[in-house]
Ligand binder design. Sequence first.
Ligand SMILES: [Zn+2]
Length: 196
Amino acid sequence: MWERTERLLTVHVQAVSPETCPALVLNADFRPLSYYPLSIWCWQDAIKAVFLDRVNIVSEYDTLVRSPSFEMRLPSVVSLKSYVKPSRFPAFTRFNVFLRDRFTCQYCGERDDLTFDHVVPRSKGGVTTWDNVVAACSACNLRKADLLPSVARMWPARHPYQPTVHDLHQNGRLFPPNYLHISWMDYLYWDSELEP
Ligand SMILES: [Zn+2]
């Protein structure tokens, strides 16, 4: 029985695919290059950067890659050798809009079944930008339809705005990303102790 367990375990470890081993990319100051989206490279890009001498390996997976001439552990965290000035504003993505609104319907506070609502409807000239799009549950979205807030008598809890990376970082602590390798934790939440 023991033997069997051991054998299964061994097979499992060997079966770890490099595809499941992305590398977290830190800037030269050891902060992630970007948070939203989180800066991660596939293992091929990480290894290429190591060979081009553009990054230092900070931490490694147990998974090995081999070629006839070398063998190495896949990097789990790398840091850039030269500092890149991070952008102050995060990308306008669906995830980031939800994150800004803390995954909460801006009309009723519901957290399930979230969609996006144009505060000024597109049919009334509303555009798809940070300051006109909010998270809304499908019930509120249906109810508001293509009406202006004043007609629908529905106003978002918070006027939509363009968040800074800092804003999203604050909210991001409430909603950790789905995939976090243990070796990334120190770099993602290194300043979290400053929170009361
Ligand atoms: Zn709602």
